[in-house]
Design a protein. Structure first.
Length: 139
């Protein structure tokens, strides 16, 4: 009798989202964070802002999260650009000027999950060309 192959399921990758030390000490009611993972070779940039590409995964975290915040992505082995944006004003929309964002390049699978760390240390401007997205789940 042969053993049946185990259902491997999703190839998970763990990471953390961090705030700069100057902001992490404040007591804030944090908004949701949107996370995108794009195939690195397909990336479209608007100067320094990672704008678009072949999307491997997109997700939103819950509202009122604390930092550092752990998250997981389900990815095929490969090279990715992972971007996160914080809904700082709590209005349910991502990509508005003034909101915090960060991004990192990531090779999956990595030997150390610390490789997937995103620091929200940039501020969106109107020139970044980030398309607004609703962070509230739609039924």
């Amino acid at each position: 009798m042969q053993d049946e192959p185990a259902d491997v399921g999703c190839n998970r990758s763990a990471g953390t989202i961090e705030l700069p030390a100057s902001m992490d000490t404040l007591v804030l009611d944090y908004g949701a964070v949107a996370i995108w993972a794009w195939d690195l070779d397909s990336m479209v940039w608007n100067e320094d802002f990672p704008q678009d590409g072949a999307l491997a995964q997109r997700e939103f975290t819950i509202h009122r999260l604390g930092f550092p915040h752990a998250f997981e992505l389900c990815l095929e082995p490969g090279r990715y650009l992972v971007r996160a944006i914080l809904d700082l004003n709590h209005n349910g929309w991502i990509c508005e000027p003034g909101e915090l964002w960060g991004a990192t390049e990531y090779i999956h699978p990595a030997a150390d999950s610390d490789d997937l760390q995103i620091v929200l240390d940039n501020v969106l401007s109107a020139n970044d060309g980030c398309l607004g997205e609703n962070t509230i789940p739609q039924d």
